[in-house]
Design a protein around this ligand. Structure first.
Ligand SMILES: C[S@@+](CC[C@H](N)C(=O)[O-])C[C@H]1O[C@@H](n2cnc3c(N)ncnc32)[C@H](O)[C@@H]1O
Length: 313
Protein backbone atom coordinates (compact mmCIF):
# COMPACT_ATOMS: atom_id res chain seq x y z
CA UNK A 1 0.00 0.00 0.00
CA UNK A 2 2.12 2.91 -1.24
CA UNK A 3 0.31 5.71 0.61
CA UNK A 4 0.44 4.28 4.13
CA UNK A 5 3.66 6.03 5.05
CA UNK A 6 2.44 9.25 3.51
CA UNK A 7 -0.65 9.29 5.70
CA UNK A 8 1.33 8.42 8.80
CA UNK A 9 3.46 11.49 8.21
CA UNK A 10 0.56 13.84 7.53
CA UNK A 11 1.68 17.33 8.34
CA UNK A 12 -0.22 20.51 8.90
CA UNK A 13 1.18 23.14 6.59
CA UNK A 14 -1.61 25.68 6.64
CA UNK A 15 -3.60 26.59 9.69
CA UNK A 16 -6.38 29.02 8.86
CA UNK A 17 -8.19 30.28 11.94
CA UNK A 18 -11.53 31.32 10.46
CA UNK A 19 -14.03 29.05 8.78
CA UNK A 20 -14.77 29.63 5.08
CA UNK A 21 -11.19 29.79 3.72
CA UNK A 22 -9.31 26.89 2.33
CA UNK A 23 -6.30 26.13 0.19
CA UNK A 24 -6.73 24.60 -3.28
CA UNK A 25 -4.63 21.62 -2.31
CA UNK A 26 -5.84 21.23 1.24
CA UNK A 27 -8.28 19.16 3.22
CA UNK A 28 -10.52 21.02 5.73
CA UNK A 29 -10.78 19.52 9.18
CA UNK A 30 -12.76 20.64 12.24
CA UNK A 31 -10.41 20.74 15.21
CA UNK A 32 -11.55 22.05 18.56
CA UNK A 33 -13.29 25.36 17.75
CA UNK A 34 -11.62 25.97 14.40
CA UNK A 35 -11.61 24.74 10.87
CA UNK A 36 -8.04 23.93 9.94
CA UNK A 37 -6.80 23.21 6.47
CA UNK A 38 -4.17 20.54 6.23
CA UNK A 39 -2.31 19.49 3.17
CA UNK A 40 -1.46 15.83 3.28
CA UNK A 41 1.65 14.38 1.70
CA UNK A 42 -0.42 12.68 -1.07
CA UNK A 43 -2.00 16.07 -1.81
CA UNK A 44 1.46 17.64 -2.02
CA UNK A 45 2.64 14.94 -4.41
CA UNK A 46 -0.48 15.43 -6.50
CA UNK A 47 0.23 19.19 -6.55
CA UNK A 48 3.78 18.41 -7.71
CA UNK A 49 2.47 16.13 -10.46
CA UNK A 50 0.24 18.92 -11.78
CA UNK A 51 3.08 21.43 -11.48
CA UNK A 52 5.51 19.19 -13.41
CA UNK A 53 2.86 18.61 -16.08
CA UNK A 54 2.62 22.39 -16.43
CA UNK A 55 6.39 22.80 -16.75
CA UNK A 56 6.74 20.38 -19.67
CA UNK A 57 5.74 22.71 -22.54
CA UNK A 58 8.18 25.32 -21.19
CA UNK A 59 10.98 22.77 -20.80
CA UNK A 60 10.46 21.46 -24.33
CA UNK A 61 11.53 24.94 -25.43
CA UNK A 62 14.16 25.48 -22.71
CA UNK A 63 16.16 22.21 -22.75
CA UNK A 64 18.62 22.07 -25.66
CA UNK A 65 16.79 19.23 -27.40
CA UNK A 66 18.46 19.86 -30.78
CA UNK A 67 21.80 19.05 -29.12
CA UNK A 68 20.28 15.73 -28.04
CA UNK A 69 18.69 15.09 -31.45
CA UNK A 70 22.11 15.61 -33.04
CA UNK A 71 23.47 12.86 -30.77
CA UNK A 72 24.87 15.23 -28.11
CA UNK A 73 25.89 13.94 -24.70
CA UNK A 74 24.40 15.15 -21.40
CA UNK A 75 26.07 12.91 -18.83
CA UNK A 76 29.52 13.89 -17.57
CA UNK A 77 32.48 11.55 -18.03
CA UNK A 78 32.67 11.10 -14.25
CA UNK A 79 29.14 9.66 -14.30
CA UNK A 80 30.00 7.01 -16.89
CA UNK A 81 33.18 6.23 -14.97
CA UNK A 82 31.05 5.42 -11.90
CA UNK A 83 28.50 3.17 -13.59
CA UNK A 84 28.77 0.54 -16.26
CA UNK A 85 25.50 0.68 -18.21
CA UNK A 86 26.37 -1.17 -21.40
CA UNK A 87 24.13 -4.22 -21.82
CA UNK A 88 22.62 -3.58 -18.37
CA UNK A 89 19.03 -3.04 -17.25
CA UNK A 90 19.02 0.57 -16.12
CA UNK A 91 16.15 2.37 -14.39
CA UNK A 92 16.22 6.15 -14.62
CA UNK A 93 14.06 7.33 -11.72
CA UNK A 94 12.41 10.76 -12.03
CA UNK A 95 13.49 10.88 -15.66
CA UNK A 96 11.37 13.96 -16.53
CA UNK A 97 11.31 14.35 -20.36
CA UNK A 98 13.83 11.54 -20.72
CA UNK A 99 16.82 13.48 -22.01
CA UNK A 100 19.34 11.63 -19.84
CA UNK A 101 17.47 8.34 -20.30
CA UNK A 102 18.19 8.65 -24.04
CA UNK A 103 21.88 9.19 -23.32
CA UNK A 104 21.98 6.08 -21.11
CA UNK A 105 20.29 4.05 -23.86
CA UNK A 106 22.77 5.37 -26.43
CA UNK A 107 25.52 4.14 -24.13
CA UNK A 108 24.14 0.62 -24.47
CA UNK A 109 21.71 0.43 -21.54
CA UNK A 110 18.36 -1.33 -21.73
CA UNK A 111 16.78 1.78 -20.27
CA UNK A 112 13.50 2.32 -18.47
CA UNK A 113 12.46 5.83 -17.43
CA UNK A 114 10.00 6.43 -14.60
CA UNK A 115 8.31 9.68 -13.67
CA UNK A 116 5.27 10.97 -11.79
CA UNK A 117 4.20 13.41 -14.50
CA UNK A 118 2.15 12.05 -17.41
CA UNK A 119 3.09 15.04 -19.58
CA UNK A 120 6.78 14.33 -18.90
CA UNK A 121 6.43 10.67 -19.82
CA UNK A 122 4.46 11.53 -22.97
CA UNK A 123 7.13 14.03 -24.05
CA UNK A 124 9.87 11.51 -23.20
CA UNK A 125 8.26 8.89 -25.45
CA UNK A 126 8.03 11.34 -28.35
CA UNK A 127 11.63 12.47 -27.86
CA UNK A 128 12.97 8.91 -27.77
CA UNK A 129 11.06 8.16 -31.00
CA UNK A 130 12.54 11.27 -32.67
CA UNK A 131 16.01 10.17 -31.58
CA UNK A 132 15.28 6.57 -32.75
CA UNK A 133 16.28 5.24 -29.33
CA UNK A 134 14.55 2.32 -27.65
CA UNK A 135 13.44 3.32 -24.14
CA UNK A 136 10.45 2.14 -22.10
CA UNK A 137 8.70 4.76 -19.98
CA UNK A 138 6.46 4.21 -16.97
CA UNK A 139 4.34 6.82 -15.25
CA UNK A 140 4.49 6.30 -11.50
CA UNK A 141 5.16 7.89 -8.16
CA UNK A 142 8.60 6.75 -6.93
CA UNK A 143 6.92 5.31 -3.86
CA UNK A 144 4.71 3.08 -6.03
CA UNK A 145 7.50 2.07 -8.40
CA UNK A 146 7.83 -1.54 -7.24
CA UNK A 147 4.17 -2.21 -8.08
CA UNK A 148 4.32 -0.14 -11.27
CA UNK A 149 7.33 -2.05 -12.58
CA UNK A 150 5.93 -5.50 -11.78
CA UNK A 151 8.67 -8.11 -11.68
CA UNK A 152 11.27 -5.98 -13.49
CA UNK A 153 14.54 -5.68 -11.60
CA UNK A 154 17.60 -3.61 -12.50
CA UNK A 155 21.40 -3.68 -12.57
CA UNK A 156 21.58 0.10 -12.17
CA UNK A 157 19.18 2.66 -10.71
CA UNK A 158 20.26 6.11 -11.89
CA UNK A 159 18.68 9.28 -10.51
CA UNK A 160 19.21 12.91 -9.58
CA UNK A 161 19.76 16.31 -11.21
CA UNK A 162 16.91 17.77 -9.21
CA UNK A 163 15.24 14.58 -8.01
CA UNK A 164 15.60 14.12 -4.24
CA UNK A 165 14.20 17.53 -3.26
CA UNK A 166 10.76 16.36 -4.52
CA UNK A 167 10.66 13.38 -2.18
CA UNK A 168 9.26 13.69 1.36
CA UNK A 169 10.86 10.53 2.74
CA UNK A 170 14.34 9.45 1.63
CA UNK A 171 14.35 6.31 3.78
CA UNK A 172 11.30 4.97 1.93
CA UNK A 173 12.86 6.06 -1.39
CA UNK A 174 16.07 4.14 -0.65
CA UNK A 175 14.08 1.05 0.30
CA UNK A 176 12.23 1.24 -3.05
CA UNK A 177 15.60 1.45 -4.80
CA UNK A 178 16.93 -1.55 -2.85
CA UNK A 179 13.82 -3.53 -3.75
CA UNK A 180 14.25 -2.72 -7.45
CA UNK A 181 17.94 -3.65 -7.66
CA UNK A 182 19.18 -7.14 -8.41
CA UNK A 183 21.81 -8.47 -5.97
CA UNK A 184 25.05 -6.75 -6.93
CA UNK A 185 23.10 -3.92 -8.58
CA UNK A 186 24.21 -0.30 -8.25
CA UNK A 187 22.44 2.89 -7.16
CA UNK A 188 23.97 6.04 -8.62
CA UNK A 189 22.69 9.41 -7.42
CA UNK A 190 24.06 12.63 -8.90
CA UNK A 191 22.10 15.54 -7.47
CA UNK A 192 22.37 19.19 -6.58
CA UNK A 193 24.31 19.79 -3.40
CA UNK A 194 22.05 20.80 -0.48
CA UNK A 195 24.32 23.82 0.00
CA UNK A 196 23.34 25.09 -3.46
CA UNK A 197 19.68 24.33 -2.81
CA UNK A 198 19.92 26.38 0.40
CA UNK A 199 21.50 29.31 -1.49
CA UNK A 200 19.63 32.55 -1.99
CA UNK A 201 18.59 33.43 -5.56
CA UNK A 202 20.21 36.85 -5.10
CA UNK A 203 23.90 36.33 -4.54
CA UNK A 204 26.62 38.82 -3.52
CA UNK A 205 29.50 39.48 -5.94
CA UNK A 206 31.74 37.04 -4.10
CA UNK A 207 30.94 34.17 -1.77
CA UNK A 208 27.67 32.36 -1.33
CA UNK A 209 24.67 33.69 0.58
CA UNK A 210 22.60 30.94 2.20
CA UNK A 211 19.01 31.69 3.18
CA UNK A 212 17.22 28.34 2.87
CA UNK A 213 17.21 25.06 4.74
CA UNK A 214 20.17 22.72 4.36
CA UNK A 215 18.86 20.06 6.77
CA UNK A 216 15.39 18.56 6.47
CA UNK A 217 12.73 20.89 7.83
CA UNK A 218 9.46 19.51 6.46
CA UNK A 219 7.65 20.54 3.28
CA UNK A 220 8.24 23.96 1.75
CA UNK A 221 5.47 25.41 -0.39
CA UNK A 222 6.27 27.44 -3.49
CA UNK A 223 3.95 29.28 -5.84
CA UNK A 224 5.70 30.40 -9.00
CA UNK A 225 4.64 30.78 -12.62
CA UNK A 226 8.23 30.39 -13.88
CA UNK A 227 10.54 27.40 -14.02
CA UNK A 228 14.31 26.95 -14.00
CA UNK A 229 14.73 27.08 -17.76
CA UNK A 230 13.19 30.56 -17.72
CA UNK A 231 11.59 30.33 -21.17
CA UNK A 232 8.03 31.44 -20.47
CA UNK A 233 5.22 31.16 -17.97
CA UNK A 234 3.60 27.96 -16.74
CA UNK A 235 0.18 27.49 -18.31
CA UNK A 236 -1.10 25.25 -15.49
CA UNK A 237 -0.60 24.63 -11.79
CA UNK A 238 2.00 26.89 -10.17
CA UNK A 239 2.07 25.38 -6.65
CA UNK A 240 4.74 22.88 -5.66
CA UNK A 241 6.24 21.36 -2.50
CA UNK A 242 9.90 20.55 -1.89
CA UNK A 243 11.84 18.93 0.92
CA UNK A 244 15.42 19.79 1.95
CA UNK A 245 17.64 16.79 2.69
CA UNK A 246 21.12 17.17 4.16
CA UNK A 247 23.86 14.84 2.95
CA UNK A 248 23.67 13.00 6.28
CA UNK A 249 20.07 12.09 5.52
CA UNK A 250 20.88 10.87 2.00
CA UNK A 251 23.68 8.64 3.24
CA UNK A 252 21.73 7.37 6.24
CA UNK A 253 18.80 6.46 3.97
CA UNK A 254 21.05 4.53 1.59
CA UNK A 255 22.79 2.66 4.43
CA UNK A 256 19.52 1.97 6.26
CA UNK A 257 18.16 0.29 3.14
CA UNK A 258 21.01 -2.22 3.40
CA UNK A 259 22.99 -0.82 0.46
CA UNK A 260 26.78 -0.71 0.69
CA UNK A 261 28.24 2.74 0.05
CA UNK A 262 31.07 2.38 -2.48
CA UNK A 263 31.70 6.02 -3.41
CA UNK A 264 30.74 9.51 -2.35
CA UNK A 265 31.93 12.70 -4.05
CA UNK A 266 31.28 16.44 -4.09
CA UNK A 267 31.65 18.16 -7.47
CA UNK A 268 32.38 21.78 -8.32
CA UNK A 269 30.56 21.45 -11.66
CA UNK A 270 26.82 21.36 -12.27
CA UNK A 271 24.23 20.85 -15.00
CA UNK A 272 22.15 23.80 -13.70
CA UNK A 273 23.07 27.37 -14.57
CA UNK A 274 21.94 28.41 -11.07
CA UNK A 275 23.90 31.64 -10.66
CA UNK A 276 24.75 34.53 -13.01
CA UNK A 277 28.12 34.49 -14.72
CA UNK A 278 28.76 30.76 -14.48
CA UNK A 279 31.41 29.26 -16.74
CA UNK A 280 29.87 27.31 -19.64
CA UNK A 281 31.74 24.00 -19.89
CA UNK A 282 29.67 22.63 -22.82
CA UNK A 283 27.16 19.77 -23.08
CA UNK A 284 24.95 21.56 -20.54
CA UNK A 285 27.57 21.68 -17.74
CA UNK A 286 28.71 24.75 -15.79
CA UNK A 287 31.47 25.76 -13.39
CA UNK A 288 31.51 28.60 -10.84
CA UNK A 289 32.10 32.13 -12.14
CA UNK A 290 35.80 32.99 -12.42
CA UNK A 291 37.30 33.92 -9.03
CA UNK A 292 34.51 32.30 -6.97
CA UNK A 293 35.48 30.12 -4.01
CA UNK A 294 35.63 26.41 -4.71
CA UNK A 295 32.36 25.19 -3.21
CA UNK A 296 30.44 22.07 -4.16
CA UNK A 297 27.66 22.31 -6.73
CA UNK A 298 26.61 18.65 -6.86
CA UNK A 299 27.21 15.45 -4.96
CA UNK A 300 27.20 11.83 -6.06
CA UNK A 301 26.58 8.62 -4.19
CA UNK A 302 27.31 5.15 -5.49
CA UNK A 303 26.02 2.17 -3.52
CA UNK A 304 25.64 -1.54 -4.19
CA UNK A 305 23.02 -4.06 -3.21
CA UNK A 306 25.01 -6.71 -1.46
CA UNK A 307 24.71 -10.19 -2.97
CA UNK A 308 23.46 -12.79 -0.52
CA UNK A 309 26.32 -15.03 0.74
CA UNK A 310 26.35 -18.48 -0.85
CA UNK A 311 25.51 -21.23 1.66
CA UNK A 312 28.58 -22.73 3.47
CA UNK A 313 30.08 -26.06 2.58
C1 LIG B 1 14.11 18.29 -12.09
S1 LIG B 1 13.27 16.91 -12.77
C2 LIG B 1 14.51 15.71 -12.84
C3 LIG B 1 15.36 16.07 -13.95
C4 LIG B 1 15.84 14.91 -14.70
N1 LIG B 1 16.73 14.12 -13.89
C5 LIG B 1 16.51 15.38 -15.96
O1 LIG B 1 17.65 14.99 -16.16
O2 LIG B 1 15.90 16.14 -16.71
C6 LIG B 1 12.30 16.27 -11.44
C7 LIG B 1 11.34 15.17 -11.91
O3 LIG B 1 10.89 14.45 -10.75
C8 LIG B 1 9.56 14.06 -10.99
N2 LIG B 1 8.96 13.73 -9.71
C9 LIG B 1 8.68 14.57 -8.69
N3 LIG B 1 8.16 13.88 -7.66
C10 LIG B 1 8.10 12.58 -8.04
C11 LIG B 1 7.65 11.39 -7.42
N4 LIG B 1 7.13 11.40 -6.18
N5 LIG B 1 7.73 10.23 -8.10
C12 LIG B 1 8.24 10.20 -9.37
N6 LIG B 1 8.69 11.30 -10.01
C13 LIG B 1 8.62 12.48 -9.35
C14 LIG B 1 8.93 15.23 -11.70
O4 LIG B 1 7.76 14.86 -12.40
C15 LIG B 1 10.07 15.69 -12.60
O5 LIG B 1 9.93 15.16 -13.88
Amino acid sequence: MPDGGHLASLRVVLILGAAGRHDNHGTRLWADRYWITVTTIPEMIEANRANWDARVPVHLRGYDLDHLRRGGQRLADFEYAAIDVEGRDVLHMQCHIGTDTICLARQGARAVGLDLSGESVGAARRLAAECAVDVAYVRSDVYAAVDALGDRRFDVVYTGKGALCWLPDLHRWAQVVADLLRPGGVLYVIDFHPLVLAADDDQPETGLLLSGNYLGAGPERFDSDVTYTGDGLLAGSTVSYEWAHGLDEVIDAVLSAGLRLTAFAEHDVTCWGRFPGMTDLGDGWFGWPAGAPRLPQMFSVRAEKISPRPPRG
